[in-house]
Design a protein around this ligand. Structure first.
Ligand code: ADP
Ligand code: MG
Length: 640
């Protein structure tokens, strides 16, 4: 039973209740009074929905003001039943699904009890009808049936008949009266005709006045906490199933938003947008060949006017620089693809397996477009990379050439005196690689032989060259690497040779597009996540009434967390399925937009992860909407 001691409640300085004291016990209790006299406020206070008031309220000795949210949810599932003017049913679910709602938190589903209650209230035939197709009187009986499933000690009914016609009002009152035999039933009403003589009546119009038939309040109910009060995973999935079925449109929109956000995030991180600019960049490399990324380091050269038609107009300047030790420095560098010595040979003769080949002279420095077989020489042994054209003239494949021994002899110019003097040199070396020597996709430099450091040293020693520093080239891995090495060399006072201006332009262009598409990607990614959060918050807000019904049925935050989880898992799974089914279409779309198909098998796995990730954002947003739902504001009460 309830003890109400000096309860007052003010809203904005006005008293909604002014110093009310009373006792409510087993049987029918009526609270009457004019509209605005505080009837609903009193119900909210005694049921613990409103805990901010002056005075005290006890239920069986338990201080209602001090109930924790977990205790409240236990009370709402086991002890207090609520009947409302506008029923507060889940309109899109069936009668049976509504009636079973408080039961989901109990250990075992009591289907038999549900049938018994539905029969008693004469709505058994409606069990599988959707609530929104029922009449008001039928709905109120469904609502009472749902509350009776709690087998509550107390039924609190706020104007349960004001939305009903006379006949249905009578039926409802008869039901409430019948169930008050072994319960405390508190009914707020306008209609004094409904009140019979032996009931306890609190008339709020009379202020503090209280009338108490003593026999009603002496009986007290014992408080129990024996029953378990938790949502099982199975029940959470059962509820999710009914929710998905009854609100399929809402569910589908949520799943679709997860899928779209997942795919948008995918385009953001995998650089689909970038790859379109990367494409232009690679095209330039293709035109100029891999040699575009070459840096030549030579000990002396003639600068400015040394090439092309400007020869006469610009003064020539001989540059000499100390390149000692640079080769070893760059051999193992992370930015370097390979290094090769730039030694020119004149009048080359090569003997392989007793057969001699004369190599056509080109008059230029050796050139390498790319290595087509084997590897570059390491330097410790006498090793050589030979031109592909030479391998062809031997009539064997590039792979067959690897490992063959050649006897190499040629003339080498010795510039030590300042004038070129041709000296003979020869060596025996092993072929470790074959190079394609095409320049600018036009002609090949067929006398490009690249020796290991040891072998070249030997050859140059035979030609009497004393200068230890050998010219070499560095093939950078990327254009960015090339510019970084060039800048580094410049800092050391070395002037390297190469297509730096062109490459610098490309690098800058590439950086720009990467930066632009990077911020575009970031924007798309943020938009995707914001979209999911917004949709979850909006649907969460739209579900406020549903959430409040869960709460007054005894669901606490932990129960809802599990329900939310099963709902989100279902949405995520559906989103993933949607993505898999539509991936061929999506690929066609992204191919025309970004020139890349984003949903290959590797990307699909990332897509799955991203959908799960935005699913987490949706989960949190929905949880926030549930936690922020206040039953007192989400459920309309009392007079209309
Ligand atoms: P009744 O149910 O008897 O019609 P209520 O308990 O709903 O009356 O309201 C009593 C008084 O308190 C009314 O004047 C009403 O305007 C005011 N009131 C009720 N709830 C609130 C609220 N949440 N905020 C401000 N005023 C309120
Ligand atoms: Mg009211």
């Amino acid at each position: 039973m309830f003890e109400i001691k000096n309860v007052s409640k003010q809203y904005n300085g006005e008293f909604a209740l002014d110093n009310i004291s009373s006792k409510l016990g087993q049987g029918l209790n009526f609270i009457v009074g004019a509209s605005g006299s505080g009837k609903t406020t009193l119900l909210k206070i005694i049921s613990g929905m409103e805990q901010d008031f002056d005075g005290e309220v006890y239920y069986c000795g338990k201080d209602i003001k001090k109930l924790t949210s977990n205790e409240k949810s236990y009370f709402y599932n086991n002890t207090f039943g609520f009947v409302w003017q506008d029923f507060n049913l889940l309109e899109d679910l069936s009668v049976l699904e509504n009636v079973l709602l408080p039961q989901y938190l109990k250990n075992k589903q009591n289907q038999k009890n549900a049938n018994k209650i539905l029969k008693e209230l004469k709505i058994f035939d409606l069990a599988h009808r959707k609530v929104n197709s029922l009449s008001g009187g039928q709905k109120q009986r469904v609502a009472i049936a749902r509350e009776l499933m709690k087998n509550p000690k107390v039924i609190i009914a706020d104007e349960p008949t004001s939305a009903l016609d006379e006949k249905n009002s009578e039926t409802t009152m008869d039901i409430l009266k019948a169930i008050s035999k072994n319960r405390t039933v508190i009914v707020v009403t306008h209609d004094v005709n409904l009140i019979d003589n032996d009931s306890n009546v609190i008339d709020l119009d009379e202020g503090e006045f209280v009338s108490l038939p003593q026999n009603n309040v002496t009986k007290t109910e014992k408080l129990t906490y024996s029953e378990s009060h938790r949502l099982s995973i199975k029940n959470a999935f059962t509820m999710t199933k009914s929710n998905v079925k009854s609100k399929f449109g809402r569910f589908f929109v949520s799943a679709l938003s997860l899928m779209i956000a997942g795919i948008l995030l995918l385009t953001t991180v995998n650089g689909t947008v970038e790859s379109s600019s990367q494409g232009d960049f690679d095209e330039l490399i293709d035109t100029y060949g891999d040699g575009l990324k070459d840096i030549s380091i030579v000990s002396s050269f003639t600068s400015a006017g040394g090439v092309g038609d400007n020869q006469e107009e610009k003064p020539n300047a001989d540059v000499s620089q100390d390149i000692d030790g640079l080769y070893d420095k760059y051999v193992g560098d992370k930015r370097v693809d390979f290094t090769a010595f730039l030694q020119a040979f004149d009048n080359i003769k090569v003997k392989v397996s007793g057969k001699e080949y004369q190599i056509q002279g080109s008059g230029t420095v050796p050139t390498i477009n790319k290595l087509v077989a084997g590897k570059m020489p390491t330097g410790k042994d006498n090793e050589v990379v030979v031109p592909e054209s030479f391998v062809k003239s031997m009539g064997i494949s590039n792979e067959q050439a690897i490992g063959k021994q050649i006897d190499f002899s040629s003339g080498i110019f010795n510039w030590d005196t300042g004038e070129p003097v041709l000296k003979d040199a020869s060596i025996t070396a092993i072929i470790v690689g074959v190079a394609d020597n095409t320049i600018s996709s036009e002609f090949t430099v067929d006398d490009s032989f690249f020796f290991s450091k040891a072998a070249l040293h030997d050859l140059r020693r035979q030609a009497g060259i004393e200068n230890e520093a050998m010219n070499f080239l560095i093939r950078a891995k990327t254009p960015t690497d090339m510019i970084s090495i060039k800048d580094e060399l410049n800092e050391q006072g070395i002037v390297p040779l190469g297509q730096f201006e062109l490459v610098e332009d490309i690098v800058r262009l590439n950086e720009q597009t990467t930066e632009q598409s990077g911020s575009a990607s970031m924007f798309i990614g943020i938009l995707a996540v914001v979209m999911v959060i917004a949709i979850s918050l909006i649907t969460g807000f739209m579900r406020k009434r549903e959430f409040a019904i869960y709460k007054v049925s005894g669901f606490n935050n932990a129960h809802f967390s599990l329900l939310n989880l099963t709902e989100k898992i279902t949405e995520i799974m559906t989103a993933i399925l949607l993505m898999l089914v539509t991936s061929p279409l999506i690929n066609i779309a992204t191919k025309s937009l970004f020139n890349a198909s984003i949903l290959n098998s590797k990307m699909l796995i990332s897509g799955v992860l991203f959908i799960a990730l935005v699913g987490v954002a949706a989960y949190v947003s929905t949880a926030i909407a549930f936690i922020m739902t206040k039953t007192t504001t989400a459920l309309k009460t009392g007079d209309k």
